[in-house]
Design a binder for this molecule. Structure first.
Ligand code: SAH
Ligand code: SF4
Length: 412
């Protein structure tokens, strides 16, 4: 409720904003925050830094931007004033704009970020990023696309029409925004409300690509962003703490392991092709047997580096005891973790969450087969921040405006 009161005025402002279309204004100055090493080197060339100095300067910027969270060129004290001025004239250190911030009763935080349109006339796209604090860790759930082209029937993001790939900078930018807002830079302080923020030195310990979009449909940009996130001189997340979740883009799974080396999560959700074809329609292209073969061949797979299989609990659809047994049988021999996700409802969703007793019965079978603590506690449901509830706010507004219009028409 509290979050809603905060949200509403922002949403009203958004409604006006989403009606304005970007005009052909002069291109904004690019931001260095979010750039890859190669892009930084190019930026330094544009700023007329002599070639012999570029590598050293790029390393300095890399450290300021990604290890210390600098937001102003004046903070860059080990860089000469003239160069700082030159950079300031051509670039910014800006992050994606925060259109709204919501804080759940349970401390989960959700940011609606407004991105730059990529061409004149494009509506400014929006994405959501979610921070889930726990006493001993903090997980940041980031998006890889605006919306999603796939149409999994239980997922709110899949109902969104507007879709585009995020750039690497927009993917990295989500991590920077979150670290800014929760004070997760060296010497920074936690937000005044402090709700749920762990005491630990690093407040974000894990990154999961489980927000909006299918990361393996945006492979190159996700890979570039993962490189910045895992570089020990940049954002410094261990690759074991970065998890990419895919609905099952089989041809890209091996490449994700070989080229990114991150942990893998698979949105399985059904144990029979007939049902998975319906719930996760990409299954019609890459059925369960092919998906599991790609998992068995995942580079670096071991008992210490297991694949997480996600299974959303849908009442009367995929939650029977027989299906739990079949799940265990299917995964035999794959170093795996199983995450049972209670279904998170959204307006108009065609499913209900399984009863708790049934989830526990299912979990028991999975547990007895040797998979530990498999039920994922829903977080941030009061602010629609839980798995599968994300959808750009302007899209929601357009949808509700359409519904209102239809209702008004029906009443007339
Ligand atoms: N596109 C990727 C990553 C984003 S979805 C994928 O599908 O894996 C992240 C996880 O949330 C996936 O396992 C997805 O199946 C799950 N999910 C989607 N909608 C959900 C809902 N309404 N309730 C619970 N989990 C959901
Ligand atoms: Fe896309 Fe994942 Fe949602 Fe399916 S579950 S529609 S792949 S975001």
């Amino acid at each position: 409720m509290r979050a809603r009161l905060f949200y509403f005025p922002v949403m009203t402002a958004l409604l006006h904003r989403s009606e304005t279309i970007a005009e052909a204004a002069p291109a904004p100055k690019p931001s260095l925050a979010g750039m890859t090493k190669a892009e930084l080197l190019q930026a330094l060339a544009l700023a007329e830094v002599p070639e012999s100095q570029r590598k050293m300067r790029a390393a300095q910027l890399w450290n300021w931007v990604y290890a210390r969270g600098a937001q102003n060129f004046s903070d860059l004290t080990n860089i000469a004033k003239t160069l700082r001025g030159g950079l300031d004239a051509r670039f910014t250190l800006a992050r994606p704009e925060i259109a709204a911030e919501q804080i759940s009763e349970d401390g989960t935080r959700k940011w609606l970020l407004r991105l730059e349109p990529q061409r004149p006339g494009e509506r400014a796209p929006e994405i959501e990023t979610v921070y889930i604090p726990e006493p001993d860790r903090g997980t940041l759930c980031i998006s890889s696309q605006v919306g999603c082209t796939l149409t999994c029937t239980f997922c709110h993001t899949g109902t969104q029409k507007l879709v585009r790939n995020l750039t690497a900078a927009e993917i990295v930018g989500q991590i920077l925004v979150a670290r800014d807002r929760i004070g997760d830079w060296p010497g920074a302080s936690a937000p005044a409300d402090g709700r749920g923020i762990p005491e630990a030195e690093r407040k974000i310990t894990n990154i999961v690509l489980m927000g909006m979009g299918e990361p393996l449909y945006n492979f190159e940009n996700v890979k570039a962003a993962a490189a910045v996130a895992s570089d020990p001189d940049a954002l410094a997340f261990s690759k074991r703490r970065i998890t990419l979740s895919t609905s099952g883009v089989v041809p890209m799974i091996g490449r994700a392991g070989a080229e990114m080396g991150v942990m893998l999560a698979i949105s399985l959700h059904a144990v029979r092709d007939e049902l998975r074809d319906e719930l996760v329609p990409i299954n019609r292209k890459y059925p369960i047997a092919e998906l599991l073969a790609a998992c068995r061949a995942y580079p670096g797979l071991s008992n210490a580096r297991r694949i997480t299989f996600e299974y959303v609990m849908l009442k009367g659809i995929n939650d029977s005891v027989a299906e739990a047994k079949e799940l265990v049988r299917l995964l035999a021999g794959i170093p795996a973790k199983i995450n049972l996700i209670p279904f998170n409802a959204w307006p108009g969703a065609p499913y209900e969450c399984s009863d708790w007793a049934q989830i526990e019965r299912f979990a028991d079978i999975v547990n007895r087969a040797g998979y530990a603590s498999p039920i994922r506690t829903p977080r941030g449901r009061d602010i629609m921040a839980a798995c599968g509830q994300l959808k750009s706010a302007s899209e929601k507004l357009r949808a509700s405006a359409l519904r209102n219009k239809a209702a008004a028409g029906a009443g007339a």
